[in-house]
Design a binder for this molecule. Sequence first.
Ligand code: ATR
Length: 290
Amino acid sequence: MKQYPTVTTKLVILLGNPLGHSISPPMHNRVFERLGLDYCYMPVEVTEKNLQTVFSGLSRMNVAGFNVTIPHKINIIEYLDALDPLAATIGAVNTITVRNGKTKGYNTDGEGFIRSFEEKTQSTVHGKRFFLLGCGGAARAIAMTLAFHGAEKISIHNRTAAKAEALTDEINKKIRPCAAAVGQSPDSPKKTLADCDVLVNTTSLGMHPHEDVFPLPESLISPHLIVADIVYNPLMTRLLKSAQGKGCAIVPGLGMLIYQGATAFKLFTGVDPLVDQMSEVAHSLMASKQ
Ligand code: ATR
């Protein structure tokens, strides 16, 4: 059996800060090994100040690509040679390929959400009406990708109303006129949800160590909704447990992490990964954290 890494091993680098919590390295390395691919996935913590120098140096090594996470998903764009159109529209990059010394940025976060949603619900996002809670980086990638993939309506509800209005305007202008901000009056979310098929929590509310927090009044969840959460620690958030208890179909957050990784894996190697194995590694790592 080959010892890794060798001089021919292609590297995939995760850039971010901090990275101690990331399960991406074992998730990718296990599948490289299973498929007999001479690749190695390595986390590199880097500060904003050193980002350009580190990225420029690493790009000249035997590197197939990068994953990029908080806080560099936006800043990295100015150092890239090319940008995929969806990533350009989203305005953030989480995956970079290096081919013949040229770097190209992609965003697989929204794609990861959609693949997870479609696999879990055995349906498509096309034609569905979504209610997104929150308006941060993850919401932006999900909302833009949903609009790209033909969601019928995307209603966005955020604590800071101006941000929801800015994001919906951007979607309507750049992609399709399918987005609207949810009004701030107390009964607006209820009225809007009655006409939606899917509720997605894109905020960090309910994340460890604040598992008891619920991102919206529990009474607003009715059984006709598919309820998705992008929080994956805990695997079953309070929102998902409550929705499941009311008979809703649910989409847990770990799926998005696994599928954004699977989409990135294909970009790095050209090979479809073993999603079941990525999922098995991700679940066992998360189970050991619960
Ligand atoms: P990320 O980039 O990881 O998605 P973020 O940019 O910090 O994270 O966005 C977090 C989202 O959760 C935002 O929409 C934020 O609302 P604001 O735009 O009003 O800040 C929302 N959020 C965070 N904490 C919240 C809270 N306690 N109540 C309501 N919304 C909250």
